[in-house]
Design a protein around this ligand. Sequence first.
Ligand code: CU
Length: 159
Amino acid sequence: MKMYKPLWMLMVAVVTAFALAACGGGGGGGGSGGAASTTIEIASDGENLAYDKTAFTVPAGQTITLTFRNVSTAQQHNIVIVKGGEDVAARVDEEAINAGPPDFLPADRADIVAATKMLGPGASETITFTAPEPGTYVFICTYPAHYAGGMKGVMTVAP
Ligand SMILES: [Cu+2]
């Protein structure tokens, strides 16, 4: 009689295994069974002053793993997601130019959700951040004249 585990223990084990399998299939997490996460891949658009996507959406509060690839053979690029719209983006762009090379990023990150380093041709970087509250957030390249040249997009954070 004591040789057998109670039936409920077996049930818990089965249900837990099922839940972990379901989570791994849908969330794309690292398999650690932690909080849900979202992966975003974005690149520069060839030699253009543009990204290969001008919009992406992420869920509020989730851990976002974003990989940016600079596929240009000549240009330096980064991606800087700002806490607001074009007005904030313009301010960050100006602060970035004042900050100067090599990163063209203001030391004060108050207006920035997340940013990669300035990447040379062919380089890539993966950053992780928590999606802020629902809304729209402009992202830009802060290399001088790239934002003005149209290198920008919008991250939407969904509730
Ligand atoms: Cu750029």
